[in-house]
Structures are given as C-alpha cells and as structure tokens.
Design a protein around this ligand. Structure first.
Ligand code: C5P
Length: 232
C-alpha cells in the first residue's frame, strides 16, 4: 500500500458514521475505526464499511499477555482489515505472538503497527508514573526498534518523530502519524501538530486526520485538500 490519508471516524454510532461516509459521493477514503465505534457497534461495523469498499485501519491498541493477544489477533484477521495495532509496551514476545495470531492459513495478514508511547504521555509522566528515566525520544525509537525486531510493519507516532523512526528503522518501516492540522485550522487538544504538506516533507507514510475532516462544513472538500497537500 502506498501513502494515503486515513480519516479517523471517531463517531459513537453506525448511523452517524454512514451519514458521514455518504457525503463523499463515490470517493472511498481509508477509514480508521477506533475503540468508541468498535465497542458501540462491534465487528458488524467493520464488515459493513469494508463491504462499501473502504480500506480500514482498526485502531484497538491491544496490550495483554502474548497468548491472549495472539487469539484476539486471529479474530481480527478474519475481519479482513488492512491495518491494525497494539502497544509496543507489551514487549517483543507479545508483538511476535500478535503476528502469529494475525497470519491467516494462506500466509497473508493485515499490516501490524505499534503504538510507541501515547502522545498524551510526557517526560514527567514517564519518569514519575512509569519510572522510565530515559529521554522520551530515545524511548520512542527504542520501542520502534523492538517493533521492527518482532517483525511488525511500522509504528503510530507523532509526525515530529517520523524522520527519526525512519533513520533508525529504515525508510520501509511505516510511520502512521496523527496530529495533523491545516495551517489555517483549529488545533483543538492536539499539542504538537503538522500540516499535511509538512507531514509529507518529514516522510510520514500515512496521516491520520479526524476533526479537520469530520468537523468541516464540507468533509469531502477537506479530505480532497488533505489528499492533494499530502500526496501531490
Ligand atoms: O481529530 P484528530 O485529527 O485529532 O484525530 C486524531 C485521531 O488519531 C484520533 O482518532 C486519535 O485518537 C488518534 N490518535 C492521536 N494521537 C495518538 C494516537 C492516536 O491523535 N498518539
């Protein structure tokens, strides 16, 4: 899969989601389904969005003992999503078990990426709550290297970290980056943001964009703007 814009469908119900997707009139954006929508609607929402012809990033951020993650990933592999994820903090054996579970009998599997550190975790929380005393960017690249060692395809990270991750893990290791805003847009609760054009310059492979598209008066136009800024 090449570079693309992934639209974060952070909605509470199937009705809202389909009303939103119907506004794209024939366009089929790559869609991110997160915990809120998945827990509200279950696997049926994944099957229906897939049936409508969208690619899907299922963002459930698994983190448990290896055996449990392996079995959960086997269930997700049958949903035919394109990308799914877990927390790198679950360590290398958990990530390896996830790959085993996700791999279908015919050897194919969805792409698997790791959340390194959540962008809501800052240096102080890492030191005080997690007792990790390394600089945060060192922790992010270490977790990315662990993900690569375990055989994963990439990481979710801030666009500000994309270049460093590619330097350490290679340009083929995917960086999927939220925290994207138009230069003239509202930043909201995102602290460290980049525009789609800047994310392109630092080498992000996929940008994940929510409110700049979902809350726009014309979501299809905002999506087209993101696509042309990021891809052209
Ligand atoms: O609306 P906005 O563009 O901020 O949405 C970004 C999406 O990316 C949300 O679904 C959010 O949960 C997700 N995300 C993030 N930062 C991370 C990981 C995921 O914003 N570090």
């Amino acid at each position: 899969m090449g570079k693309d814009v992934i639209v974060a469908c952070d909605f509470a119900s199937a009705e809202e989601t389909f009303a939103f997707l119907d506004r794209f009139q024939g366009r089929k954006p790559f869609v991110k389904i997160g915990m809120e929508l998945f827990y509200a609607e279950g696997p049926a929402i994944v099957r229906e969005i897939k049936r409508r012809g969208h690619k899907i990033f299922l963002d459930l951020k698994l983190h448990d003992i290896p055996n449990t993650v392996k079995k959960a990933m086997a269930v997700l592999s049958r949903l035919d999503v394109d990308i799914t994820n877990l927390h790198a903090g679950g360590t290398i054996p958990m990530m390896q078990a996830a790959i085993e579970g996700l791999t279908r009998p015919d050897g194919t599997r969805p792409l698997l990426i790791a959340v390194t550190l959540l962008t809501s975790t800052d240096q102080a929380a890492m030191e005080n709550d997690l007792l990790i005393r390394e600089p945060i960017d060192r922790v992010v690249t270490h977790y990315a290297e662990n993900a690569k060692k375990a055989g994963l395809d990439g990481v979710v990270c801030s666009p500000l970290e994309a270049k460093k991750v590619h330097t350490v893990c290679g340009s083929g290791f995917l960086t999927v980056t939220p925290g994207v805003r138009f230069a003239d847009g509202d930043v909201g609760d995102q602290k460290r943001v980049m525009t789609p054009a800047e994310a392109k310059r630092v080498g992000s492979d996929y940008i994940v964009v929510g409110r700049p598209i979902t809350a726009a008066p014309d979501p299809a136009a905002a999506y087209e703007r993101c696509l042309s800024d990021f891809l052209d």
